[in-house]
Design a protein around this ligand. Structure first.
Ligand code: PMP
Length: 305
């Protein structure tokens, strides 16, 4: 199916027609991966469209930029307004937002002093890993590619270049017929999915890999930890070896795009009963309940469009 595009995009300070937001072929980011970005969702709630943890996502954007000395020439408030504006300009409610700040045209060397260009796109997005996966779950595999070692590329920055790793993991998984790939860290221990964090369930408790395991400190991961603890579900952050994927009772991945996607098998071995389990269902209920009012938003996570 041909890709369709939204009508408008915010680029360098204003809303423009989609087709006018162009980049020069010699832009620094295109050659060297020097961009930082975010993925954010807005949902329809009983009180109107709301952006989930917009401020926390934008804070992470500035922190990613700090790691790479990318100066973002807008304040957090300005980008926050841009996010709302581009959703409204495209007439969306349930949407995905993609703010990106990138080194533009201005020099050809690695450490060239380039201007930073900024864009915010928004479009409608359903379940990221395919129709029906939130209910049915996916079959995942452990990738033959490892995540980068911690003293090479910082996994804690959401930077364009990091996603070469994610592409290797995701494309290999799809090529082999799996729904998503899971990567090990350079230590050989479990890291995360191509673009998702991991939760394993043992005896009713959630176990998730720590930020030292070459992963992005996900905002969905943090939301799940907070919701689980608030609702009496134990959460343990710990190093986990690969075989625990095969030993756990339940397994799911999470992220802004993937939301909470159950995993029913890994490397062809069933996880638990081979179908989404009750703890995963409870976590989904708590998470999606934020958007239909079943879960009280005690943290101010829903930011109105
Ligand atoms: N890990 C990676 C590599 C990701 O790209 C993402 C998606 N941003 C996540 C984890 C999940 O992060 P979040 O919940 O903040 O979207």
């Amino acid at each position: 199916m041909a890709q369709t595009y939204p009508d408008h995009i915010w680029h360098n300070g204003r809303i423009k027609p989609w087709a006018e937001a162009t980049v020069h072929v010699m832009a620094h980011a295109l050659h060297y991966g020097s961009s930082v970005f975010e993925g954010i969702r807005s949902y329809e709630t009983p009180n109107g469209a709301a952006i989930f943890r917009l401020t926390d996502h934008l804070k992470r954007l500035y922190l990613s930029a700090k790691i790479y000395d990318i100066e973002i020439p807008y304040t957090l408030e300005e980008l926050s307004a841009a996010c709302r504006e581009v959703i409204r300009a495209n007439g969306l409610t349930k949407a995905y937002l993609r703010p990106v700040a990138y080194r533009g045209l201005g020099g050809f060397g690695l450490s060239a002093e380039t201007p930073t260009d900024v864009a915010v796109a928004s479009w409608f997005m359903g379940p990221y890993l395919g129709a029906g996966v939130l209910e049915a779950g996916i079959d995942a595999c452990v990738s033959s590619w490892q995540r980068f070692a911690p003293n090479t590329i910082p996994a804690g920055a959401k930077a364009g270049g990091n996603y070469l790793s994610g592409q290797l993991v995701a494309r290999e998984a799809r090529r082999l017929g799996f729904g998503e790939g899971i990567a090990l860290a350079s230590t050989g221990l479990l890291s995360e999915g191509a673009g998702e964090n991991l939760f394993l369930v043992f005896d009713g408790a959630l176990h998730t890999t720590p930020v030292s395991a070459a992963l992005l400190n996900g905002i969905t991961r943090n939301s799940i930890i907070t919701l689980a603890r608030r609702n009496g579900i134990e959460v343990v952050e710990r190093d986990l070896p690969r075989e625990y994927l095969y030993l756990c009772d339940e397994l799911f991945m999470c992220g802004t795009a993937a939301e909470i996607t159950p995993i029913r098998s890994v490397d062809g071995k069933p996880v638990g009963a081979g179908k989404p389990g009750p703890v995963t269902a409870r976590v989904q209920e708590l998470f999606f309940g934020l958007f239909d009012g079943r879960t009280k938003d005690e943290w101010g996570w829903l930011e109105p469009v």
